[in-house]
Design a protein around this ligand. Structure first.
Ligand code: ARG
Length: 564
């Protein structure tokens, strides 16, 4: 925090009344009526301890009050002691710190700590849908937040590239497929083959046996099976990467489920060694007290999604020695992760408590035209293209003269989808409504990007006139920037809180509040005026807003633009 205002207020009071500093910090509150002061100390508890009446104690404290550079006045009102901050001084301190240093202090929090983040994780042969978008966007933001706090962050894309469905795909591809169609549109084509397999196997159940045999061969590293599977995988990943590139998302590793295929036997042995397994109807399971058993092997010997997740978590702990492992996966998989963590607990693994499932709700589309093809799957690229198209139309109308319009439209369109995803607590379902997503005056990414662009052009204009803006101790900030300074001063705590709750929306909401405070300020005060001192203080406040907006948007994974 730029200015530890509660710390400084409490320090002062410790000097006039014998009481614990932490106690005062915990008591400090904002008065319901801002006219009563900037902070208040309710005196009930302290009065009880000191065997006095609360209003008497409040009065006594106010009479002993002399003030210092940060508090100018203290008034007793009933049982409360109300405090008035030296607003000009406070604003100056905040602006000094942010304009000179930024938010450097935060990077120490995660020093020498490692977070492993499992996010996005689409399935090969299934389109990259809007559900995976949520995991991608939330995971990417959390990754940036933790990196900002100085953690070493390992981003893992746990692609669904293993399992019995690959036997089905190989079977279908060999029967009905061809390379050209596969190369042309790999994911949709594989999906079509998968659907075709299910249709045909209803008529001819022997196809299931063929498929099982192919997966068996794949597990035994048969060269033909491996070759075909690898082709599916490479082409699909290439396509996923195109989407990630547009979203500005990167991974340290694309270690999908197949990566663990060699570790499955030893994983199952490890679980067995802890004597918690049972054989039930020829399948190997771990009975769990308050939920369905975890199945490790089916009766045909094949492993499951859960088995591969057990292998993965053991591997990750050994390889990265993480302090935290986050799984950003939709809430329908709640039970899966409870089972996974419970198995670790039953195995006697203490570090299991470092693993967290980060669930999120669903996206529903109001626009029915988007959900027609192939059941309920929404194609992410169509959504992105539509958002960019709409953004480009708006930009054409609003500012036809700007350079690189296409880049700006891409940033604004994609940014609007990302922000729409992050602006509410992740567990809530989202209703996707096009008019809302790109509303310049709504709670949108566009609104924030536009505010940032407006500030950039304002500061540019100011710099042309005054040749840059910098802080010095002679500046008098007055009262006008105080509401903004209070928010600016909260930025670091906001980031910490969002990391603690794994909740990017805390930053998103904060940025909306800051942008709105800025717009209020900007409507009330001209920044470029005849008075050099006033202009400079205002420009400095605005510069700090810009820094915070830019940093905050970047933490959400949204690109800022200088012009729009
Ligand atoms: N591929 C899975 C799905 O789409 C998500 C994987 C999540 N990560 C994990 N370690 N299980 O449902």
């Amino acid at each position: 925090m730029a200015v530890d205002i509660k710390g400084r207020l409490s320090e002062y009071f410790v000097s006039i009344i014998p009481v614990d500093k932490e106690k005062i910090i915990s008591l400090l509150e904002k008065p319901s009526n801002p006219g009563f002061g900037d902070y208040a100390i309710p005196c009930f508890e302290m009065a009880k301890e000191k065997k006095k009446r609360p209003d008497e104690l409040a009065k006594e404290l106010s009479s002993r009050f002399e003030g210092n550079e940060i508090i100018v006045r203290a008034e007793a009102r009933g049982a409360y002691l109300n405090l008035f901050i030296n607003r000009s001084y406070f604003t100056g301190e905040v602006v000094k710190e942010i304009s000179r240093k930024g938010f450097l202090g935060l990077s120490k929090k995660g020093k020498n700590k490692t977070v492993v983040m499992d996010y996005s994780s689409p399935n090969i042969a299934k389109p990259f849908g809007i559900g995976h978008l949520r995991s991608t966007v939330i995971g990417n933001s959390l990754k940036k937040i933790f990196s900002f706090l100085g953690y070493r962050v390992i981003g893992i894309n746990h692609i669904g590239d293993w399992g019995t469905q690959f036997g089905k795909l190989i079977t279908a591809f060999k029967k009905w497929g061809n390379d050209d169609s596969l190369k042309h549109d790999p994911i949709n084509y594989l999906y079509d083959l998968y659907v075709q397999f299910h249709r045909e196997s209803e008529k001819d159940p022997s196809l299931e046996d063929v498929a099982r045999e192919w997966f068996n061969l794949l597990e035994k590293k048969d060269s033909e099976a491996t070759l075909i599977w690898k082709k599916f995988r490479d082409l699909s990943i290439e396509e996923f990467r195109r989407i990630y590139h547009r979203l500005g998302v990167e991974f340290e590793h694309y270690t999908g489920e197949s990566f663990y295929s060699d570790m499955l036997d030893s994983t199952v042995e490890k679980v067995q060694a802890s004597k918690i397994t049972e054989v039930s109807e020829d399948a190997l399971i771990v009975p769990l007290d308050d939920m369905p058993p975890a199945m490790l092997r089916k009766k045909d010997g094949s492993t499951l999604y859960l088995t591969r997740d057990i292998a993965a978590v053991l591997y990750r702990k050994e390889r990265y020695n993480f302090d935290l492992a986050l799984y950003v996966v939709g809430s329908p998989q709640m039970l899966h992760f409870r089972q996974l963590f419970k198995v670790l607990e039953k195995m006697g693994i203490k570090w299991g408590s470092q693993c967290h499932h980060i669930p999120f709700g669903q996206i529903r589309f109001e626009d029915q035209s988007m959900s027609t093809r192939k059941g309920n799957i929404i194609f992410l690229e169509e959504v992105m293209d539509k958002a960019v198209g709409l953004a480009s139309k708006i930009i054409d109308e609003k500012s036809p003269h700007i350079d690189n319009k296409m880049d700006v439209a891409e940033a604004v369109g994609v940014g609007s989808i990302i922000f729409n995803d992050l602006r509410n607590s992740r567990i809530k379902d989202i209703t996707f409504n096009w008019n809302e997503v790109l509303n310049f005056n709504g709670e949108t990414g566009v609104y924030l990007q536009y505010t940032h662009a407006r500030i950039s052009s304002l500061l540019e204009k100011y710099s042309q006139k005054a040749g840059g803006v910098s802080y010095d101790d002679s500046l008098q900030f007055g009262e006008e920037g105080y509401d903004i300074a209070i928010l600016l001063n909260d930025f670091e705590d906001t980031i910490l809180k969002s990391a603690q709750d794994f909740e990017p929306s805390i930053i998103a909401r904060y940025l909306l509040e800051l942008a709105s405070a800025f717009n209020t300020f900007y409507n009330a005060h001209r920044v470029i005026t005849e008075d050099e001192g006033i202009s400079r203080t205002r420009a400095l406040v605005v510069l700090c807003v810009q820094k915070v907006l830019k940093t905050g948007l970047e933490l959400l994974g949204i690109k800022v633009v200088e012009e729009m």
